[in-house]
Write a protein that binds this ligand. Structure first.
Ligand SMILES: [Zn+2]
Length: 371
C-alpha cells in the first residue's frame, strides 16, 4: 500500500488529498500544526489550523490570506482523504494532524509536549497505524522536572533578585513559552513586563480567551523600569543588548529544555537556567509513541537517529523521516544556538527550541553527560 504521506520538495505531502503539512515552500493548501516560524511559513494560498490557534496564526502570518479552522476532533475531507486536528499540548492552538484514507491512519505530531500547560489544551494521544513524531529531546538525559517545581524555583529567584534590588529578566520564546511562564509565576511577587514581541502574542492569547496575569509593555527610554522589583519576560535575542539598560541592574536567566545540559548553561554565561520546555522529554516521547498503538514510527527533528534506534529496540518499525529537519545537528534554516534568537520586534524569524549550535555541549549531551 502506498504511503499516505511522503516528503516532497515543499515538505510533507499527501498525494491522495493534495495538501501539505507544515510546508517550507509556498503551496496551494497548507495544513499547519502550530504557528512557530519553522512550521507556519507565509506565502501559501490557503491555510488550515486548529480553531484555538487562529488568532496566533493571524498575528504571525499577517495580511488577509485565508485561514480555515477545525475544532479539535472535527474532520474535513480533501479529495476523499479525511483530515482532523487533535491537541498537541505544545503552544496555543498546536495540533497533531490525523490523516485517514484507504483504511490507513497516519498521525503527524508536529511539536508536542505531555507536561501540563495552563495556556493550551493538553496533548491527546490518537490511535494510528503510522505515527510521525518529533524527537527534539529524544535522548534519555532529557527528563523534565514537574512544572510546579520550576515555577517555585523561578518565584524564589525573582524574590531573591528583588531583595538585592535587581530586575529579573527571564529569556523565553515569544510564542508559547513566554505566556506559559507568565501563567506559572506568582504575580503577587511584583510587576510583570513583556518585550514587544512577547506582548504581541500576549494580546493574541488573551483575545483567544487564555487567562494571563497583568503584563505591561516596557516603555521606551524609561529609567529603572520596575524599580528593581519586576519580572521581565523577553526573547533570548535581548541578552547582552542595549534593550536591557532601561531596567538598571538585572539578573538574567533562560527557561529552556537545553538548560538540562551543563555545558550549554555555562556557555550562555547566565547564573541561572530553568529547565522548562514546550517539547516532550524522553519519557514523554516514549509514552506518546506507545499510546498511539502505531507499529510504524517515523522520527524527525533533533535526536532522530538515536530515537529511531531506541524504538526499533522495542520492536517497532522505526525510521528517520528524511526531511530537511532530520539529524542530530541543525539543518533548519532558522536553527542554531537557542540564544541566537533573531526575533525582531515584529515577532518573526523566531528560533524555537531547535538544536543548539554549541557543538561541544551537544556532543557531551550525546555522550550521556549527566546534568
Ligand atoms: Zn514549535
Amino acid at each position: 500500500m502506498a504511503d499516505l504521506l511522503v516528503v516532497s520538495d515543499a515538505g510533507l505531502y499527501c498525494p491522495a488529498g493534495d495538501f501539505w503539512i507544515d510546508p517550507w515552500r509556498s503551496v496551494p493548501r497548507a495544513v499547519i500544526t502550530h504557528a512557530h516560524a519553522d512550521h507556519a511559513r507565509s506565502g501559501c494560498d490557503r491555510y488550515l489550523c486548529a480553531a484555538p490557534g487562529k488568532l496566533v496564526m493571524r498575528s504571525r502570518l499577517g495580511g488577509t490570506v485565508p485561514i480555515d479552522t477545525l475544532r479539535y476532533g472535527e474532520s474535513t475531507t480533501f479529495n476523499g482523504v479525511t483530515v482532523s486536528l487533535h491537541p498537541a499540548g505544545h503552544v496555543l492552538g498546536s495540533a497533531q494532524v490525523r490523516v485517514e484514507h484507504g483504511g490507513q491512519v497516519w498521525v503527524v505530531s508536529g511539536d508536542y509536549k505531555t507536561a501540563p500547560d495552563p495556556t493550551c489544551a493538553p496533548f491527546e494521544p490518537v490511535r494510528c497505524d503510522v505515527f510521525i513524531t518529533e524527537s527534539t529531546f529524544g535522548l534519555p538525559i532529557y527528563r523534565w522536572p514537574a512544572p510546579e517545581t520550576i515555577a517555585a524555583e523561578i518565584d524564589a529567584w525573582w524574590r531573591a533578585n528583588q531583595a538585592e534590588g535587581k530586575t529579573s529578566v527571564l529569556l523565553a520564546y515569544a510564542l508559547g513559552k513566554a505566556q506559559r511562564l507568565a501563567a506559572m509565576v506568582d504575580p503577587s511577587i511584583g510587576p510583570i513586563h513583556g518585550h514587544g514581541a512577547v506582548m504581541k502574542l500576549v494580546r493574541a492569547y488573551r483575545d483567544s480567551g487564555v487567562r494571563l496575569p497583568p503584563i505591561d509593555e516596557v516603555p521606551a527610554r524609561a529609567k529603572r523600569v520596575g524599580q528593581g522589583r519586576a519580572l521581565v519576560i523577553a526573547p533570548p535575542s535581548v541578552a547582552g543588548s542595549g534593550w536591557l539598560r532601561v531596567f538598571g541592574e538585572v539578573a538574567v536567566a533562560q527557561a529552556s529544555g537545553w538548560m538540562t545540559v551543563r555545558g550549554i548553561r555555562r556557555r550562555r554565561g547566565f547564573g541561572t537556567g530553568f529547565v522548562l520546555s514546550d517539547h516532550a522529554d524522553f519519557p514523554g516521547l516514549v509514552s506518546a509513541v506507545e499510546a498511539t498503538g502505531a507499529r510504524r514510527v517515523l522520527v524527525t527533528h533533533g535526536s532522530s537517529e538515536s530515537f529511531a534506534r531506541f524504538l526499533r529496540g522495542r520492536g517497532l518499525e522505526a525510521d528517520v523521516l528524511a526531511t530537511r529537519f532530520t539529524g542530530e545537528q541543525p539543518d533548519r534554516d532558522d536553527a542554531g544556538d537557542p540564544s541566537d534568537d533573531t526575533l525582531g520586534a515584529d515577532g518573526e524569524h523566531e528560533t524555537e527550541e531547535s538544536v543548539p549550535d554549541d557543538g561541544a555541549a551537544v556532543d557531551s549531551a550525546l555522550r550521556g553527560e549527566q546534568p
